[in-house]
Design a protein around this ligand. Structure first.
Ligand code: WTA
Length: 625
């Protein structure tokens, strides 16, 4: 199947691609007629309901619901209904160590394992509506417990396994989790990474039950015993499926809440239409299970679609840079979904792609950060061999599923553009004057009601914060973007104080809080600095009252948040540029780091600070390289 390049640097699907597309040709038109009816039809067709819904969409100011009076169970939809072909593989788990064998779990085995885990959770007193913290890398038991929670109506809150003990503790406490599920260790870059100490520290003086899985026994823990069948709990469509903490503009992470009905519907259909995912096909989403991408495209979407999901434990370049290609080849992966940072890393070391034919691949997807043209072209030619469309998917923890992207049979695929809003979803761009932007005019990306089924329903313990997502009846994404005159969106990056480092979402405020917790520090400002591989790196400007080493600052960030957030560059400054109302001008600091000329300093309280920092950067930068 060839993808043809049109004259304007666009790729268009071939006839064959159109023919095999699961999304019908007239899908956009159909959705446009009535978005609500469109989703209601998809909900009936794609998801099995215990009690069918009669209400589709309702909204009063920022509160909205989908399929409100319907009842369903997410685990039933992902497992039980797929048992007509019980032997089909559901999960392929690939340990990092090449000497350790991969494990394949069939739908029946996964169903039985989830039942065992659900039984165990019940035995531990976990009930419908309780929060269950899962602090695990991508391993079989992480999925088993997520699904077991869904089965009994408990709410999982997965915490990324590289977060620090303190970060885990904050999330356990905010969620008021009843139980923590984790493992003793896992492998990454050939090393054993232990979680045991972190777990102990995180749970100090908190009343919480624990289940700690032994990594050595992974895949063999929940084998069928004579436990009674735990029936899937009938849940209301608007009950919470899970919470997932993500970085916001304040120092405190937000527990983003998703509703069962809307999430199930959109996870299912986005998997089918965006990745053209068919039953029995194999999808490898390389995102960690601790992020939303892992939740939706390494767990729920493939299982809801009766496909096979691949879980890889470690680093996809270990022990050799072509490890990820070996995995694609050996497991006949059809859909490969990853982050541009990973691709840039692969491309940098590439002397191996020509040795792999990669015939099984049919769709390539990217997520988490903008993809540059060079990486796009490398992916298209060297991995996809010109056969596979590249689907650049834009979305957020808050949207639950991918929301802006070209569909494989529709296109167009334009390097660095995400594409059009998914059928039935409406996005727009608001310019500085608060008006709808013209084509190519940059502005704030907003979602227009009716809001998409899997959009955020609340912030755990913080209803006020939830309200802040909405401005004048629209959902504010916090991203800047523009569209071309055919309505294809290009995402430019955040409009707020969130930065993306290697596709991971971080809050500048959270890192600043960690640094200012050091007694030697008066103030700190964090900005993202462009980086060829990671998209961005963390740069810190620190004002101290007493001398302090860079090492101590880095250690503090690792302790409070985790290694991902540690600053790559630290500048000790005498003063930080501020507005007259005392707000630190991070934008200016960023400009200085990028070597831009800073104009118009008249609104600053201390314009002289800018020149001093400029000189400092010039002096320090060569040492940091
Ligand atoms: C960014 C990840 C450009 C964006 C699914 C968004 C992207 C944030 C893209 C959400 C993309 C995600 N192109 N930028 N294709 N996808 N982003 O919550 O800034 O970890 O707001 O969800 O990632 O990150 P999150």
């Amino acid at each position: 199947m060839k993808y043809v390049r049109s004259s304007s640097k666009k790729y268009l699907p071939s006839k064959e691609a159109k023919r095999i597309s699961l999304a019908p040709e007239d899908i956009y038109k159909k959705a446009e007629k009535s978005k609500i009816k469109f989703w209601a039809n998809l909900a009936r067709e794609g998801i099995s309901w215990i009690k069918p819904f009669t209400k589709d969409y309702e909204q009063t100011s920022e509160k909205f619901s989908w399929f409100k009076d319907g009842k369903l169970n997410l685990c039933y939809n992902a497992l039980d209904r797929n048992l007509d072909t019980p032997k089909n593989p559901a999960i392929i788990f690939i340990p990092e160590n090449v000497k350790e064998k991969k494990q394949t779990l069939s739908y029946l085995q996964l169903y039985e394992s989830v039942n065992e885990a659900a039984f165990l959770l019940r035995k531990k007193g976990i009930k419908k509506g309780d929060v269950v913290s899962i602090y695990m890398p991508p391993m079989i038991e992480a999925l088993i417990f997520m699904l077991a929670c869904a089965r009994i109506g408990a709410i999982h809150s997965v915490v990324f396994s590289a977060f620090s003990a303190e970060a885990l503790r904050t999330r356990i406490k905010d969620g008021k989790a009843k139980i923590l599920i984790s493992c003793n260790y896992y492998f990454r870059k050939g090393e054993k990474i232990f979680l045991t100490k972190k777990i102990k520290k995180a749970c100090r003086k908190i009343k919480i039950k624990k289940i700690i899985i032994d990594r050595k026994k992974t895949g063999k823990i929940f084998v069928k015993k004579n436990t009674p069948i735990i029936p899937p709990e009938p849940m209301n469509a608007e009950d919470t499926a899970f919470i997932l903490y993500t970085s916001g503009t304040t120092g405190k992470p937000k527990g983003v809440m998703h509703a069962i009905g809307g999430y199930a519907v959109q996870a299912y259909w986005s998997g089918k239409y965006i990745f053209n995912l068919k039953r029995n096909e194999t999808m490898w989403c390389t995102a960690d299970i601790g992020w939303i991408t892992g939740h939706t495209y390494a767990c729920y979407a493939p299982l809801l679609n009766k496909a096979t999901t691949v879980l890889f434990e470690g680093m996809p370049t270990h022990p050799t840079p072509d490890r990820f290609l070996k995995i694609i080849k050996e497991n006949k992966i059809n859909v490969f979904y990853t982050a541009p940072t990973a691709l840039r890393m692969f491309a940098m070391q590439d002397n191996f792609t020509s040795k792999y034919a990669l015939k099984s691949l049919k769709i390539l997807g990217t997520v988490g950060e903008p993809i540059d043209k060079e990486t796009w072209n490398w992916l298209f030619k060297k991995i996809g061999k010109g056969r596979c469309p590249i689907i650049d998917t834009y979305w957020q923890t808050e949207t639950g599923s991918a929301v802006i992207d070209a569909l494989p049979g529709h296109g167009p695929f334009i390097p660095s553009y995400a594409g059009k809003p998914f059928p039935g979803i409406d996005y727009s761009i608001i310019n500085k004057k608060g008006k709808k932007a013209k084509s190519k005019e940059e502005g704030l990306l907003v979602q227009i009601p009716p809001f998409s089924p899997s959009l955020i329903r609340g912030v755990w313990n913080n209803p006020q914060r939830y309200k802040k997502y909405f401005i004048k009846g629209k959902y504010d994404s916090g991203d800047n973007a523009f569209y071309d005159n055919e309505g294809n969106f290009r995402i430019l990056g955040r409009s707020d104080d969130i930065i993306k480092v290697a596709g991971h979402r971080m809050s500048t405020a959270e890192i600043e809080d960690a640094i200012t917790s050091l007694p030697e520090v008066i103030e700190a400002a964090i900005v993202g600095k462009s980086d060829k591989i990671k998209g961005m790196i963390v740069a810190a400007f620190v004002k101290t009252k007493k001398p302090i080493t860079e090492k101590k600052i880095i250690e503090r960030v690792i302790k409070k948040i985790g290694p991902l957030s540690k600053p790559s560059e630290i500048y000790f400054v005498k003063d930080l540029p501020k507005t007259r109302s005392g707000k630190i001008m991070r934008r200016i600091l960023k400009g200085l780091l990028e070597g831009e000329e800073i104009k118009n300093l008249s609104t600053l309280l201390n314009p002289e600070s800018v020149e001093k920092i400029k000189v400092l950067i010039k002096k320090e930068l060569p040492k940091k390289k």
